[in-house]
Design a protein around this ligand. Sequence first.
Ligand code: HPA
Ligand code: ZN
Length: 336
Amino acid sequence: MPENLRAFVAALPKVELHVHLVGSASMRTVTRLARRHPDAGVPADPAVLRRFYTFRDFDHFLTVYWAVQALLRSAADIHELVVGLARDLAAQNCRYAEVTVTPYNHLLDGLPGDDLLAGLASGRAAAAAEHGVELAWCFDIPGEKGPVAGRETLVFALRNRPEGLVSLGLGGPEVGVGRAQFAPFFTAAREAGLHSVPHAGETSGPATVWSAVHDLGAERIGHGTSSAADPRLLAHLAEHRIALEVCPTSNVRTRQVESLAAHPIRRLLDHGVPVTLNTDDPPMFGATLNGEYLAVAETLGLRRAEVAQLARNAVHASFAEDTRKQALLAQLGGVA
Ligand code: HPA
Ligand code: ZN
């Protein structure tokens, strides 16, 4: 890999639009929490944890993810995760990120809602003060838990409306979890001024993406990779500027695609779809934001201007304030 491309990517101001708070926990944080809660079944030894993070398929990934999620028991745990994520983002030259949090699952795991909110608020303040990173929140519905989780997530979001909350999401498995059943919650969220950002087309076909667009009013799509199989859908996403939060390493590690070379990202770009690059669950996948940009640039043989365009796409697709967007675009203009 040419050193100058690596330096170019590192110098690019980047925006992260698809990262899960639980999945952002550093190896050090997870091993420390695992030692404190040996009942949770998460390895406390770094080498064993790395093997624990080898996923057979998407469902296996979710099982591991939920085990790590159950380690979070206090406001201090959440605070530590948020600040750790901000530190890692700053190291990737990323000063704005939208972070997915799943309140319903934390509540089920016994973390009181007030503690979750306190940890998010104090962590967010520290992220800005200590690392110069602005964090926004996406509260997402764990789809496998059905409409009750939709209702509870919406109520939790609107009742508390924490600073930085910008969107409602929908995660978990897609197979057997139709998007349309969550339509009322997305409608209410949009009426209350939250944006719609469901996962779709990560582990199921383009029909799920269509449903996210039509039934949930999706403004961006988490992953959306299977859209590549449907030319009409590609045209729709391009025409309506519905950005895809593509997470290439995640897709390889959960075995949704065989390799980066087999990833449909080239096809998405060729059809004019606004593509953004993201990490999803970075330490679980051994991913970094710079690593995603580098890998895609190398695999696709992108020119520097095309790499910079990916970073611009993320700024445009973000829900940051206009002043923040303009500042980020100006910084990008200074590099590329
Ligand atoms: N998809 C669905 N649910 C998730 C993911 C994902 O990529 N990461 C964490 N929860
Ligand atoms: Zn995700």
